[in-house]
Design a protein around this ligand. Structure first.
Ligand code: ATP
Ligand code: MG
Length: 635
C-alpha cells in the first residue's frame, strides 16, 4: 500500500511509514514544523481504512480548525482507491464540532442551536449586565479580558466555585463568571466552551452513555496536540480508556494558545497517561528550504522550556530569509505590494503568498494597499475592518459630528466620552427640536447636576466645532487632548493590568490619517474600507487564487511558497504585554511570542521576508529582539 501511495506522489520516509502502518496501541509523533505530521495522520487514516479495512465509524479524526478538517478530507479523497462514502463516515472535525454533535444527539441539555452565544458581543452583553451589580463601568472595565479569562477557566474545567482569584481583576472576573453561568442556565443559552464541558458532564454523569462511545470509538487521531486544553484532553482520556488507541501529533514549539488554556505538557507528558505509547520523532523538514529551517531553528533554540529537536532540510533556496527596513507601516505595505506585483507578473500565483501579522489591527496598511491594487486577496472571516474597531469608530464619530452636527449615530457613539448616559439622547433631541439647535449645540445646553460637568460639556462642544478646520491628524490629536480620550483609555487599561488596547488603535489611526488632507477624505476612506472589508470577506469563501492575509495564529498548520512577516519589532512581536510580564520577571509570555514567530517563519517554503519598520504607530521602533542574534545588524 505504501508503495501504491508513492506511485501517487505521497512519499513517506522510514519513520513516517512506521508511524503510518503500525496501528496497534497509542502513538505519539513529536516533531518540528514541516516534518510531515499532518501527512502522517492523513496517511495513517487512509491505511486503516484501506489496508486494515477498519470501520470508519470507529475512527475519530480531530483537527484544530474546520478548514483543516476539510483539507484533510480532500487529501484523503485524492488517495488511491479511496471511497468517498468511507471518508464521509469518518468522525472528523474540530473538538467543538464533534462533541457538539454527540451532545445534540443525546439532547442532554435541551439546547437549540439558536441559543448558541456565537458572537463575542452577545457574551459581552451578559457580562456587562452582571457588572452593574459591582458598579463596574461599562466602558472602563476590561470586559474583553474578563471574557478571555472566563474562557480560560472553563477550558481548564474550573467551575466558578473552584476558582481561586489571585488579583483584584480576577476577583471581579470570577463574580462575572458565576453570573454569566447563572444567566445561561436560566435562559437556556450556551457558548462554544459549553459544548465540551457539557459532553464531559454527560459522560461523567451517565456511565452507560460513556460506555457506548468507548465501545464505538476504537481510534483517535489528533493533530496539533500541543494546543489541546484540559477539557479536551480529559474527554479523549475518558473515551479512549477501553481501546487505548490514541495517535497524537504535535510540536511543543508551536504551542500558541495558552491564553485559551492550551497546555503543551499534555503532549510532552503523553506517556504518563498513555503508558504503552510508542514515540516517533521525525527529523526531516520537507516543507522549507535549508536556509529557512536553520534560521527558524536557531530562533526557537533560545527558548528555555522546550524539547530540542534535530531538523534537516531537503533543499536549498535561491533566496535566504531576509529582513527589510521600511520607514513605517505605510511604506511596509507599499514595498510588499510592489514586490508581490512583480512576482505575480513574473508568473507566480497569488495563492503562493501569505502576509502574516501578530494582530488583526496590524494589517490595516497592507489591507488598504492591496485593496487599491488589482491583486486578489483574502482575509480572516473574524477580523473586523480596522475602522470598525471601537476606539477608532469613536474617534471618527467626533470627526463626523464636526462636519455634521446632527449626525445621530455619531452622537450616540461619543456620549460615553462626554460621560453622558445613552438615556440623555432623548433630552438632547428634545432640546434640539424645541430650541431649533443642532444636536451638538443641544449638548452644551443640557442641564446636568454638576456645574463642573456643564463646563466640561461646553468645552467639549467648542472643541469639536474647531475640528473641521484642522487636518485629520491634528483633529485626532485635539480629540485626544481636549476630550480626555487618553485618560479614558488609561483607566480602562489599568483595570486589566494590560496595556490599553484602544490607545494602540488610536496610534494606528493617526498613522493612517497622515495620508489625508481633509477630514472628509479620511471619513470617505474609512467608509470605503469598512465596506470593502465586508465584501472581501464574502468573496473570500470563493477565492482560491488569492494572496492570504492572516494572523499568525490562524496560519498554523498551513504553508505558502512565500511568506511576508510584517511588524517584526518589539511591542508587536513580541507583543507589548509579553514584554511587560517579562519586565516583571515572568518569561513564559515572551517564550510564547517566540513560538509564534517560529510558527510564522516555518509557514514558508522558499522565500521568507521579514519586515522591520523603523517607525510603528508614529514612534521609533526597535527590531524584534528575537531577530537580533540571527541577522547581522543593518549597515
Ligand atoms: P506543521 O508542524 O507546520 O503542522 P507538519 O509536520 O504537519 O507541519 P505537513 O504539513 O504534514 O507537516 O508536511 C509539510 C510539507 O511536506 C507538506 O507539503 C507535505 O506534503 C510535505 N511532505 C511531508 N512528508 C513528505 C515526504 N516524505 N516526502 C515529500 N514531501 C513530504
Ligand atoms: Mg501539521
Amino acid at each position: 500500500y505504501l508503495h501504491l501511495l508513492e506511485k501517487n506522489n505521497v512519499f513517506l520516509d522510514e519513520s513516517q511509514a512506521d508511524a503510518v502502518s503500525e496501528t496497534k496501541g497509542s502513538l505519539l509523533v513529536l516533531a518540528g514544523a514541516g516534518s510531515g505530521k499532518t501527512r502522517v495522520l492523513t496517511a495513517r487514516t487512509a491505511y486503516m481504512l484501506d489496508v486494515e479495512q477498519i470501520d470508519p465509524h470507529s475512527i475519530m479524526l480531530v483537527t484544530f480548525t474546520s478548514k483543516a478538517a476539510a483539507e484533510m478530507k480532500n487529501r484523503l479523497l485524492s488517495y488511491p482507491q479511496m471511497k468517498k462514502e468511507k471518508i464521509n463516515q469518518l468522525v472528523t472535525g474540530t473538538f467543538h464540532s464533534i462533541f457538539y454533535r454527540i451532545l445534540m444527539y443525546h439532547d442532554a441539555q435541551n439546547w437549540s442551536s439558536n441559543k448558541l452565544l456565537k458572537k463575542e458581543w452577545q457574551r459581552d452583553k451578559i457580562l456587562k449586565e452582571a457588572g452593574k451589580e459591582l458598579n463596574l463601568s461599562e466602558k472602563e472595565f476590561a470586559y474583553d479580558l474578563a471574557l478571555q479569562q472566563i474562557g480560560y477557566w472553563k477550558n481548564s474545567l474550573l467551575m466558578p466555585h473552584e476558582v481561586k482569584p489571585a488579583t483584584d481583576f480576577e476577583e471581579k472576573a470570577v463574580f462575572l463568571y458565576r453570573k454569566y453561568e447563572e444567566y445561561k442556565d436560566r435562559e437556556g443559552h450556551f457558548d462554544f466552551d459549553d459544548m465540551l464541558i457539557g459532553c464531559y458532564k454527560l459522560f461523567s454523569s451517565f456511565p452507560s452513555i460513556l460506555e457506548q462511545y468507548q465501545d464505538r470509538f476504537h481510534y483517535f487521531l489528533i493533530d496539533e496536540f500541543q494546543d489541546i486544553n484540559k477539557v479536551q484532553y480529559e474527554l479523549i482520556k475518558l473515551l479512549s480508556r477501553k481501546h487505548k488507541n490514541v495517535c497524537a501529533v504535535g510540536d511543543d514549539d508551536q504551542s500558541i494558545y495558552s491564553f485559551r488554556g492550551s497546555d503543551p505538557s499534555y503532549l510532552l507528558d503523553f506517556e504518563k497517561d498513555f503508558p504503552y505509547a510508542r514515540v516517533v520523532t521525525l527529523d526531516q523538514n520537507y516543507r522549507s528550504s535549508h536556509e529557512i529551517v536553520s534560521t527558524s531553528n536557531q530562533m526557537i533554540a533560545a527558548n528555555k522550556i522546550r524539547r530540542t529537536k534535530k531538523m534537516k532540510a531537503q533543499f536549498s533556496s535561491r533566496m535566504p530569509p531576509a529582513l527589510f527596513f521600511p520607514y513605517d507601516e505605510e511604506e511596509e505595505a507599499t514595498m510588499i505590494v510592489t514586490d508581490l506585483q512583480e512576482r505575480i507578473a513574473n508568473g507566480a500565483s497569488p495563492s503562493d503568498f501569505a502576509i502574516l501579522y501578530r494582530t488583526n489591527a496590524g494589517s490595516r496598511a497592507v489591507f488598504e494597499r492591496l485593496a487599491s491594487s488589482n491583486l486578489p486577496f483574502k482575509v480572516d472571516l473574524d477580523a473586523d475592518s480596522f475602522y470598525d474597531r471601537y476606539i477608532v469608530k469613536c474617534a471618527l464619530a467626533f470627526l463626523k459630528i464636526s462636519l455634521n452636527e446632527d449626525d445621530n449615530q455619531a452622537l450616540s457613539d461619543i456620549l460615553p466620552f462626554l460621560f453622558l448616559k445613552q438615556a440623555v439622547l432623548k433630552d438632547i433631541k428634545a432640546i434640539s427640536i424645541l430650541q431649533d439647535f443642532s444636536f451638538l449645540e443641544a449638548i452644551s445646553h443640557l442641564k446636568t447636576a454638576h456645574s463642573f460637568q456643564e463646563k466640561k460639556l461646553i468645552k467639549a462642544v467648542t472643541s469639536i466645532r474647531t475640528l473641521k478646520q484642522l487636518s485629520p491628524l491634528t483633529a485626532i490629536e485635539k480629540i485626544e487632548k481636549d476630550i480626555g480620550f487618553l485618560d479614558f483609555l488609561k483607566k480602562r487599561g489599568n483595570e486589566s493590568n494590560k496595556l490599553e488596547k484602544g490607545s494602540d488603535d488610536l496610534k494606528d489611526l493617526k498613522v493612517a490619517a497622515k495620508s489625508f488632507d481633509s477630514i472628509d477624505a479620511l471619513l470617505v476612506h474609512a467608509e470605503h474600507m469598512s465596506a470593502m472589508n465586508k465584501e472581501i470577506k464574502n468573496l473570500s469563501k470563493h477565492f482560491t487564487e488569492a494572496i492570504t492575509l492572516s494572523t499568525i495564529h490562524r496560519a498554523k498548520g498551513l504553508e505558502y511558497q512565500g511568506v511576508y512577516i510584517i511588524g517584526a519589532v518589539d511591542g508587536s512581536l513580541p507583543h507589548d504585554f509579553a514584554l511587560d510580564s517579562y519586565r516583571n520577571g515572568d518569561f513564559t509570555a515572551i517564550e510564547e511570542e517566540r513560538r509564534l514567530f517560529y510558527v510564522a517563519m516555518t509557514r514558508a517554503r522558499e522565500s521568507l521576508f521579514i519586515s522591520v519598520p523603523s517607525n510603528r504607530r508614529g514612534k521609533k521602533a526597535n527590531r524584534s529582539r528575537f531577530l537580533i542574534p540571527l541577522f547581522k545588524k543593518r549597515k
